[in-house]
Design a protein around this ligand. Structure first.
Ligand code: TRP
Length: 331
């Protein structure tokens, strides 16, 4: 029997190259070998964008277009919208009893996000507990594998703890998920910062037009001490090379460029022209498919409705089992 994959994204902006490297790529590669569920997590998006519900709604469609454009096949994988599956909220409520406030405080990703969002003194409770709702997302579909970027590993760890506690207290019902982190767990931003983030202003989006990609690459951070082409440059921590490692299909060519850069004699402009070409080769077919799907939004809506309905049926089954395990099925 095939194992199950569940993963998802918050629809707070369009998806970018970091998402692709971290998790989108493996979803496309694995969708035929696993029963694959992909969740557009609009309820989770409201935990930090509660004041912008219209933005979240619009990005549900944008994220769906990104999925379809990169090759997630709706005839193979189930694409679902979280708010259409209220069973997930109910599961969250039960799981909240299995985790302490102190444990939630120790989640490093939540901590980092709280800092980024200025939530340190005044965190919305819904945001603070989103790792628990994510555990509900994962377990509702009895997922074995969760392909995610490196920043999401603490969420899977927390889900595993909840599953263990649940199974110990109420009988082995839930599946312990395993995180699948890609070789390149984190793609740096165009500013050289450690993480590409949609709200950090350092992302190249899958939907960016050719000129936008070229402009972002030309402004990319490189090695600040590599001033003239003939100077030796540093490859490590240089985002241009991180992107080439991730996207240039010709690894030998990348090694040769690294050698020339280190030795001196390869200018940033020449190097960046090469990266633009590589990214264009990768993004052009994605962009074309996106435009095709965007022409027929009714079809995209139908895909989301059908996927959500199918996902809901699976979540309903798990919820019934959970309620029974919790002795909540008598009335
Ligand atoms: N937290 C993920 C993000 O920030 C989105 C997400 C919601 C998710 N539910 C999930 C990821 C379940 C993996 C599994 O994009």
């Amino acid at each position: 029997m095939k194992k199950t994959i569940l993963t998802g994204d918050r629809p707070t902006g369009p998806l970018h190259l970091g998402h692709y490297v971290g998790s989108l790529r493996s979803r496309v590669e694995l969708q035929r070998d696993y029963v694959t569920y992909v969740l557009i997590a609009d309820l989770q998006a409201l935990t930090d964008h509660g004041e912008q519900p219209e933005r979240v709604r619009q990005h549900v469609l944008q994220v769906a277009l990104d999925y379809l454009a990169i090759g997630i096949d709706p005839n193979v994988a189930t694409i679902m919208v979280q708010s259409g599956i209220p069973e997930l909220a109910e599961l969250t409520l039960y799981y909240l009893n299995l985790v302490t406030v102190a444990r939630l405080h120790r989640n490093p990703t939540v901590k980092e996000e709280m800092q980024q969002k200025g939530f340190e003194s005044d965190v919305p409770a819904g945001f603070f507990i989103y790792p628990v709702s994510q555990a509900a997302d994962i377990t509702a579909f009895k997922a074995h594998v969760v392909p995610v970027g490196g920043d999401q590993v603490p969420m899977i760890e927390q889900a595993v703890e909840i599953v263990r506690r649940f199974n110990r207290l109420y009988g082995s019902l839930l599946i312990e998920p395993v995180a699948l982190v890609s070789k390149i767990a984190r793609l740096p931003g165009t500013d050289g910062q450690s993480k590409m983030g949609k709200s950090l202003g350092n992302a190249i989006f899958l939907s960016d037009a050719t000129e936008v990609v070229a402009h972002k690459v030309m402004n990319m951070y490189t090695d600040p001490r590599h001033v003239r082409a003939q100077d030796p440059g540093t490859v490590e921590g240089n985002p241009v090379f991180s992107y080439l490692d991730a996207f240039d299909p010709d690894g030998r060519r990348v090694e040769e460029l690294k050698r020339r850069y280190r030795a001196g004699g390869l200018g940033d402009v020449e190097l960046k022209y090469h990266l633009i070409e590589v990214l264009e080769g990768f993004l052009a077919p994605i962009r074309a498919r996106r435009i095709e799907f965007a022409k027929d939004q009714d079809e995209v809506t139908r895909i989301l409705r059908a996927g959500t309905e199918k996902g809901r049926a699976a979540a309903r089954r798990t919820l019934a089992e959970v309620r029974s395990a919790l002795h909540l099925d008598h009335y």
